[in-house]
Write a protein that binds this ligand. Structure first.
Ligand code: ADP
Ligand code: MG
Length: 373
């Protein structure tokens, strides 16, 4: 898919920005703090994935703006669609999302129709950050492939906090210990669902990561990724049915109740899952160089883009924020080659630091305005 028209106004420092991107390669050029990242964030807003970024929508309102409004036309492989997204300042913070002129849509609708893969230096945290980053990466990616999964992710979080609240109540003798178990069968079901979802996603992603990492390193290094989970699912072994997993999950919760009561929260479960990554058999987090960590994060995102292509038969729009400028020419070429059949937006301080030998549309941004060059 590709964006044919985009405009944003009052979104952070962007003022009446409006442009028609190239179907393939677009460069957003500007000095620091001019609005390049803001522009990519405005595009990202259209995916409906804001919850996965942890940014509150009202923070997108320009400091002095009474509202923000973003709108976009994009071609999804079959037809052109339009999304409008606006938010007003004020107590009620009136928000309006419309899709193809149908008003009052939910962000989840966007989730189903417009797909992006974004990569920025912060994605290093996928490697160096805490496991929560990796869990939300797995969940977001898996949900983008099948949007109805979102409800299971929210439900799992909700059930877990209910169970933890019950543990706290039991500690204060407001309820019996046994009452905590009432949550367990529901939590076990969603927990089993999420385990299978994450497992299936990582199994599809792993071979793509391995292949792409092999290309980056000229075959000298092997990246392996696997899914660490509480239920002991492991690669190469037959995947049990949901019912079997749910039963196992419920037994695990019941048998650790005493421990949970001692700690004051639910110790085991999907909230402890992680993504394990090794290069030539050594964990990247502990032993990887900066370069290896950066390449690993990049490869995870590129593999994600390829998986969309494979599974949805539609390429996502690729947003590369601040990553090209610091790569050498070989890595720039590798990166671009892997996404060259997709629409790509690259932010940079200077167009000259990019050596792709590729025709591109160039947009320059200064103090939140697009300027002609
Ligand atoms: N809510 C906001 N309203 C107006 N300006 C904002 C808001 N949030 C951030 N900014 C401004 O946006 C600029 C940073 O834009 P950014 O897109 O991150 O720059 P860069 O071009 O370096 O990527 C800063 O000048 C910052 O003050
Ligand atoms: Mg930036």
């Amino acid at each position: 898919m590709y964006i044919t028209e985009f405009s944003a106004d009052g979104f952070r420092n962007l003022k009446q920005v409006s442009f028609q991107p190239d179907e393939k390669l677009n460069l957003i050029i500007g000095d620091n703090a001019q609005g390049k990242t803001n522009l990519l964030d405005a595009i990202w807003l259209m995916t409906g994935c804001k919850n996965f970024h942890g940014v509150k929508e009202r923070h997108y309102l320009g400091f002095d703006a009474p509202f923000f409004q973003c709108s976009m036309h994009f071609f999804d492989g079959r037809r052109t669609q339009e999304i409008r997204y606006s938010l007003e300042r004020g107590q009620q913070r009136k928000k309006q999302i419309s899709v193809n002129h149908v008003e009052n849509q939910k962000a989840n609708t966007l989730f189903e129709i417009f797909h992006c893969v974004a990569f920025s230096p912060e994605d290093m945290e996928l490697i160096t950050g805490n496991p929560e980053r990796r869990r939300s990466f797995m969940d977001l990616c898996a949900c983008q492939l099948h949007p109805n999964r979102v409800q299971h992710v929210s439900r799992a979080n909700l059930l877990l906090s209910e169970r933890n609240a019950s543990i706290q109540k039991a500690l204060k003798h407001k309820i019996r210990n046994q009452d905590i178990l009432l949550w367990d069968s529901q939590l076990a079901k969603t927990g089993a669902y999420l385990t299978l979802m994450r497992s299936e996603y990582i199994q599809s992603l792993a071979p793509l990561c391995e292949r792409l990492y092999g290309i980056i390193t000229g075959g000298n290094e092997t990246l392996h990724i696997s899914y660490k989970n509480a239920l002991g699912l492991s690669e190469g072994q037959p995947v049990p049915s949901m019912d079997v997993l749910a039963e196992k999950y419920q037994n695990m919760l019941a048998s650790h109740l005493e421990e949970d009561l001692r700690l004051g929260y639910t110790q085991r479960g999907i909230q402890r899952d992680d993504l394990l990554m090794t290069i030539n058999g050594k964990p990247v987090q502990q032993f990887g160089s900066q370069g290896q960590k950066k390449s690993t994060a990049l490869v995870l995102k590129l593999a994600q883009a390829h998986l969309y292509n494979q599974k949805l038969k539609r390429s996502p729009v690729v947003l590369l924020d601040d990553v090209m400028g610091e790569l050498d020419e070989r890595r720039q070429k590798f990166l671009y080659d892997t996404v060259s059949d997709m629409q790509v937006f690259i932010t940079l301080c200077h167009a000259s630091s990019l050596r792709l030998g590729q025709k591109a549309k160039i947009f320059q941004i200064q103090n939140g305005n697009l300027i002609n060059i």
